[in-house]
Design a protein around this ligand. Sequence first.
Ligand code: ADE
Ligand code: ZN
Length: 333
Amino acid sequence: MPLPKAELHLHIEGTLEPELAFALAARNGVQLPYADTEELRKAYLFDDLQSFLDLYYGLMAVLRTEADFEELAEAYLTRAAAQGVRHAEIFFDPQAHAARGVEMGTVVTGLTRALARSEERHGISTRLIMCFLRDQSAASAMETLEAARPYLDHITGVGLDSAEVGNPASKFTEVYAAAAELGLRKVAHAGEEGDPSYVWEALDLLGVERIDHGLRSLEDPELVRRLVADRVPLTLCPLSNVRLRAIDVLEEHPLPRMMDAGLLCTVNSDDPAYFGGYVDDTFHAVHEALGLGQERLRELARNSFLASFLDGSAAEEELRARYLAEVEAYSFD
Ligand code: ADE
Ligand code: ZN
């Protein structure tokens, strides 16, 4: 049985496995520029974030209908349950779908169908986080927030993803303020390829509650002091960092040093269909490559529930307490 954990940094479009991509392509009459799943997998050799994003947005062409999004989420939840995931906060990229004429309602309704039965079917509580594409304009992000208004009952928060360098958080200050007015929680990718200034902006200008990645935070001791003092969680994605060449090899990942520095670290899978593993595979990989022992792994699992957006109501606090108790009771043998 895997260690119980929450997954807080997971792009649902990044769970699109080649087999499902081809099945949906056939169903929807979409021609893919790859002969078969084997040829597609061979293309998963990335030089950096942008080279991944190009392929990732391209493959989304197969996602068209509510049923497609439902099937995508159902497939993820089935895999996540087998990986010990008990709570999942799931990103989606509505602008990437709007570009093909797929509306917000199609995406949210489809995903929500699978999420609504997740506790019963998979034992996984869920949240949805809507991401803005930072390489698109602030006006487009604002339109996206408007388009989401009818679906806000299903959306817990907003995030910021896509190409980081050259697209700082400052572009989105107004959009985040508007999202906060609507009662949405706030996270943002920062410090994945960008330097620590991107993390500072996400904290100071957007008022985010968690940083997605924050990989380069150790470069700035003042930033580390701030993140530690405010207990800002970092949703790290070690396998992603290797595949997108932010670091050369997993053995060089700063995760152990970040934990030693007192940062509230979590470990997540980002886009697992592309990066060679789901979240428990990632836990195993950091254990092997970085020598993180059982108590460090338990700390990461504990942090994942502490950093989750499960809070507020008594029922949610009770659920979090139950998950934390499962982590403490877990036996690695
Ligand atoms: N969208 C999907 N995965 C991403 C990542 N690792 N960084 C930025 N945007 C993304
Ligand atoms: Zn990400």
